[in-house]
Design a protein around this ligand. Structure first.
Ligand code: MRU
Length: 382
């Protein structure tokens, strides 16, 4: 399976996703500044991957400070340093809650270690590094569980009577490249394929950034999963086509509000409306770290606006060729110069259009009152 994040103590490298699928280059991320820019410039993207790279960029910076004797000795001083760096990292992209959630949890670890009597600066830094490393491992496990839970739900609730196979449509990239591995919504597709339940997967191009055609298609081809790429504008026709028979749409999430309203890649809302019209199940797959109980509804979610150039131009290999040794990525302008552009990176899908929220502990459906009760996902017993 593809891997977007390579980490060993003090060494963090990420696959530069701006070059994919034409060039596979890993670039080093040594400092929090490197991490911030890699996230802002979308060299790494996807809610869980953003959080992991941010935390590991600070872990790598601290490891190097310890090794070179540059780390402050006092616990309080190191704690303050880490807190400031976390606050900075959180400003890189605003919509995905995983980053803010990770920063909050790791800050709590560091504050607790600082309060332990007799703590040295390097012990506080070590506590942070350990917690950041643990995050990466637990994300992978969560994704595998999400994949399994989603596949079981789809097989039970979305397959046509008498049929043991399903066709699914997914949007954006939610796979290995967006997480520590396996993926969320694409993890569900992977799990369906591994259980021999998947008849066919469809992925949208996902304009304007083409995470679908560049990244998801790359993962599906790499894993030899039977799949077809469509442009975003073809989704309605695909769902209407009885020969295709899409059973479910499964997408990821950047932030799920307490009422189930979900922020995800622009175009998700349109797919949910189409799913409702065509009687196709619509599922959101996300780890519990993406559920933000502090945000009441989608109205309270900040939607990141991206540069106009992402809409007015498109990237590809120079000369269209991927067969030479020296493939270079070039940007080609495709829109009339001077036109105004609106480029929100995400949209909000109302909870009313969502049939289920797939997490690592199961699939949450609405209660008899027609509402999601997501607080239940955080009960002590779960
Ligand atoms: O702008 P991006 O590429 O970071 O947006 C990614 C998405 O919207 C994903 O669906 C979401 O982050 C979930 S990734 C597991």
């Amino acid at each position: 399976m593809l891997q977007a994040i390579k980490y060993s103590k003090g060494n963090l490298e990420i696959l530069d996703q701006l070059q994919l699928p034409f060039i596979e280059t890993f670039i080093p991320v040594r400092t929090t500044e490197d991490g911030w820019h890699a996230i802002k410039d979308m060299k790494v993207r996807g809610a869980p991957a953003i959080a992991i790279v941010a935390m590991l960029s600070l872990a790598s910076e601290l490891t190097s400070a310890i090794e070179t004797g540059k780390l402050a000795q006092g616990a309080e001083e190191v704690c303050q340093y880490i807190t400031e760096k976390l606050a900075y990292l959180v400003t890189s992209r605003p919509t995905a809650v995983n980053l803010a959630d990770a920063a909050r949890k790791l800050e709590a670890v560091v504050v607790a270690r600082t309060k332990t009597s007799g703590s040295q600066g390097c012990e506080v830094a070590d506590a942070f590094i350990q917690a950041a490393e643990d995050m990466m491992g637990s994300d992978l496990q969560d994704n595998q569980r999400i994949g399994h839970n989603g596949a079981e739900w789809i097989a039970t609730h979305a397959a046509k009577p008498g049929s043991s196979e399903v066709a699914v449509l997914t949007h954006c990239n939610t796979g290995s490249l967006a997480t520590s591995g396996y993926g969320t919504a694409l993890g569900v597709v992977r799990s369906l394929a591994s259980k021999n339940i998947l008849r066919h997967a469809y992925c949208t191009e996902t304009r304007p950034y083409n995470q679908g055609s560049r990244l998801t298609a790359f993962e599906l081809v790499h894993d030899k999963i039977p799949a077809t790429l469509i442009t975003d504008s073809m989704a309605a026709a695909l769902l209407a086509d009885k020969n295709v028979g899409v059973n479910a749409i499964v997408v990821g999430a950047d932030r799920v509000a307490a009422n189930g309203d979900t922020a995800n890649k622009i175009g998700t809302y349109a797919l949910a409306v189409l799913a409702k019209y065509h009687g196709v199940k619509f599922l959101v797959a996300a780890p519990r770290t993406t559920i933000d109980m502090a945000t009441k509804s989608g109205d309270d979610i900040i939607i990141e606006q991206r540069p106009a150039s992402e809409v007015t131009s498109i990237k590809g290999p120079r000369g269209g060729s991927t067969t030479t040794d020296k493939v270079e990525i070039e940007t080609v302008k495709i829109a009339a110069p001077g036109i105004n552009v609106w480029n929100p990176a995400f949209d909000i899908t109302p909870a009313s259009l969502i049939d289920g929220i797939i997490t690592e502990i199961g699939v949450m459906e609405k209660g008899s009152d027609g509402q999601f009760h997501l607080g239940g996902l955080f009960d002590e017993s779960t």
